[in-house]
Design a binder for this molecule. Sequence first.
Ligand code: UD1
Ligand code: CA
Length: 464
Amino acid sequence: MGAAALILAAGEGTRMKSGLPKVAHRILGVPMVAYAIAAARESGCDRIVVVTGHGAQLVESLLDDVVFVRQSEQLGTGHAVMCASDALADIDGSLVVLSGDSPLLRAETITRLVEARERSGAAAAVLTASLSDPSGYGRIVRGEDGALISIVEDKDLSPDQRSIGEVNTGTYCFDTRLLFAHLRHLSNTNAQGEYYLTDTVGVLRAEGLAVVDVATDEPEEILGVNSRVQLAEAVKVLQTRINRAHMLAGVTMTDPDLVWIGPDVTIGKDTVLEPMTFLLGDSHVGEECVIGPDSRVTDSRIDDGAVVDSSILMKAIVGESATVGPRAYLRPGTVLKKMAKAGTSVEIKNSTLGEGAKVPHLSYIGDATIGASANVGAGTITCNYDGVRKHSTVIGDGAFIGSDTMLVAPVTVGEGAVTAAGSTITRDVPADALGIERSEQRHVEGWARKQRTGREREGDSEER
Ligand code: UD1
Ligand code: CA
């Protein structure tokens, strides 16, 4: 299609009552404005310009592969478009204009709108919706012949216009050249003292140019997020839409109301997602996995057949048929190879567990490389930080680390070596050796019995 898209995202969003600009608020882990951009892209818009203003630096830091223009004073949606005139000067053809606060709009609807304008040769096409509660939205005013005459903002409605249920969704397709040729005719003599983009409808028509309208067949997609209540509504709609698509593609969810999946996540078939599971960011899950209950996976890859139970994963890679949890915390740089295990209450950071290696219980593993089939006993800690620098630990294939071993890095335990339980290992252990560091155990004969008889005698006199 090759249309350009302009996303309006400069407003403060006063009704959010927030220190954060409205369009930066997140929905399923993704900033609100990114949904409008993704929909524009998916509909074929190959050039995307975003108008920023309130909190511009923050908003711009959240987005990739778009051009920004600044609207330093927010004088209205029409003014926001004027600010983009230079950035779009070389565009000929369709310009899609979207609000950064409408995250539910679907790509197919944008495509329909663009096609309607291009087919009819109109100067503009407006997406409309009929709502049972139209309050807050601009209303569609039609002439006796049914043609669109103008859009009147909620605050500018006359009493007899209040009952109009047909609203402007804030989604448009313009002939770029005609739009910019007529924008200067907008005025700000209205209830809000703003330059309304919606007034372009009247302006274009006054010039004898055609404006067409397209109604959405799914009114919920036009929800504009102006408050936290609407933010929560948007989360619900997107959660339902995303979960439905995964279920139809072969993913089981015990209770889809209790699973939250970001828009960019992929999941293979026959994977089961248990309640209270979050899959966010750039996460990818293979086939036949079981994730959850109570798990949060961010920017991570989980390969086929892996199991993640009640755990948190951030920037981690979990290999085929590996197992994680319950209550494991896999931090950035964790790699579990095929069949490896990070078990109960285990924290791992920047470390690789080789194929079939196991860290089953209560351990901290940081900056370590653990060989294939090695076994790390309960309570083992890699002492990787000396207070100034981080150091690495290397454990060879098939090594056996006894319970409660302290591995003071930098240190290497050779292939097939064993460390004795409770040892503090400060020097490298050669392959196939036993590393043991313990003070000798001694026995005080009869000590326990003497304690007991002493207590019995005290009991006699004190009547305990
Ligand atoms: C707008 C429409 C209204 C429509 C509704 C749909 C106008 C005048 N009104 O109203 O007809 O029913 O959307 O949701 O267009 N923005 C800027 N710069 C500005 C002002 C706004 O970039 O100076 C951006 C905001 O960040 C937001 C979008 O434009 O993303 C819409 O602005 P908002 O103030 O939310 O408009 P509404 O009152 O919702
Ligand atoms: Ca709005």
